[in-house]
Design a protein around this ligand. Sequence first.
Ligand SMILES: Nc1nc(=O)c2c([nH]1)NC[C@@H]1CN(c3ccc(C(=O)N[C@@H](CCC(=O)O)C(=O)O)cc3)CN21
Ligand SMILES: CC(C)C(=O)C(=O)O
Ligand SMILES: [Mg+2]
Length: 277
Amino acid sequence: MVKTTSDFQKMKSSREPIVMVTSYDAPGASLCEEAEVDTILVGDSLGMVVLGYESTVPVTIDDMVHHTKAVKRGARNTFIVTDMPFMTYHASLQETMAGARRLMQESGADALKLEGSGEVFVHTKALVDAGVPVVSHLGLTPQTVGVDGGYKVKGKSAAEQEQLLKDAKQAEKAGAFMLVLECVPEEAAKKVQASISIPVIGIGAGRYTDGQVLVYHDITGYYAGHTAKFVKQYTNISEPVQRALKEFKQEVKAGIFPAEEHVFQPLDKHVKLYGDK
Ligand SMILES: Nc1nc(=O)c2c([nH]1)NC[C@@H]1CN(c3ccc(C(=O)N[C@@H](CCC(=O)O)C(=O)O)cc3)CN21
Ligand SMILES: CC(C)C(=O)C(=O)O
Ligand SMILES: [Mg+2]
């Protein structure tokens, strides 16, 4: 059955690690559900791993609705978190609410994830007040890659760690039920984990968080782009896929495929077809 926000809270209390994997389509989501992951993230990494963009910045609410619907069809019994994309929760509370309403009502998301701190927490609180479960995302926030000047580890200095801790506490206070912490030193993540009561899911945040999240295409090796240090590639499906495609091509060129078993025949095998002798 679909988990609830309180199930994740209980998992933190009982120290059962929470497993989150991204999905962007029905077959991928279905495999995640069969693997019994605790929750699926329809990440805006979608833009980079399946839509071919350079960053997550071009991803829209329409993209997230479209892909979350597909994920929901593939994984009806898994808790789905969907990323609110770039600049859709900053301009006004009205715009935040309109986007969130679409993601929650049209797409089948169970919760929404918002990157960043400060003003973002005003939007977090408004969403939670309206009944939307919210996940906060701190540390490296890919949507601010432009102002950050690249994808860089956050919380390396004492001052940055102090700020991170403050932000995490504010996220909890704003009503977030979960926190994703990306690319921070292990020691900083450990402090955050111990300082707030909501579960902390790490990606490049070391061994002491309440759970881990990785991108589906990074786990399976189905992505040609840059692979971060925190990724463990458990298999490389690109290789067998490439081999199969080359073999298909060779067999068609050589007249090997299709063979007799792939061919349809008429009801009466003795019917003479045009061109038959
Ligand atoms: N395939 C994929 N996996 C991801 O985890 C992911 C995406 N795409 N796209 C959206 C964001 C972007 N993410 C990224 C992208 C790059 C780095 C990266 O290059 N990090 C450097 C750290 C550099 C430093 O030391 O400051 C690294 O070497 O890992 C990290 C996270 C995480 N997300
Ligand atoms: C990397 C994870 C946390 C994410 O936000 C995404 O996949 O978009
Ligand atoms: Mg994201």
